[in-house]
Design a protein around this ligand. Sequence first.
Ligand code: A1S
Length: 215
Amino acid sequence: MTEIHIVTPANRNLYEEVLEQSLRVRYSIFVRELGWAALQRPDDRDVDAYDQPDTVYILAIEGERVVGGQRLYPTTRPHLLSDVFPHLAHVKGIPTGPDIWEWTRYFVVKERRHGRTDCRLLAAVQEFGLEEGISQLTAVVETWWLPRFHEAGFKVRPLGLPHLVQDKWSIAAAIDIRQDSLDRVRTLAGIKQPVLVRRGPQRPVRDLTIPPTRH
Ligand code: A1S
């Protein structure tokens, strides 16, 4: 059975081994499979500037094995869109605030693709956002995500025109956290119950983030 676990600064001490495994799985997917050369490292771990003590991870776990995941990072601090891809948000600007989080490193291991893990992760990010008072996610995605979001019932607002990023047409977008999006993706996946597993101490993530800095 795949469980979707929330890892925050309040409980990450319970997940150190799983987090370490997730960095290696990410390396195999984002560097080896997708060829994101900028992430290459000799230790086979995908770690960047946005893997910080207050990063939130939503991980799909089977037993002890990480089979999928996604990462959320506060936009109150410099983040991937503001640091690396601001030109992708040239039309609408970069939305920031304590209720807006950046969404990155979404993955499902090959053996679990074409299955329900993907929908469960999409449901999880909406469920988590609703529970935590998050209003929007921002993300840089290849354009094939747009029909996927539409199918899932996610409300998406492009922040600029598509650009080529490593030869792939990509776009920056803001994605609303909404009950009707959660309902839609739950229906698609045949999910009737909340999917999130929360272990250990819990505190609202906005209380756990490092204070804002100027952009
Ligand atoms: C940033 C993302 C943010 C959200 C944070 O019939 P198919 O196989 O063509 O159906 C596919 C395609 O329509 C589309 N698709 C998937 N990968 C594609 C690609 N590289 N180029 C174009 N279209 C692509 O999605 C359909 C279903 O994909 P799937 O792989 O068969 O199954 P599943 O279970 O829906 O998994 C989708 C994901 C994206 C999770 C999985 O393919 C994966 O982990 N890929 C590698 C990581 C990745 O690309 N992450 C997005 C960037 S992070």
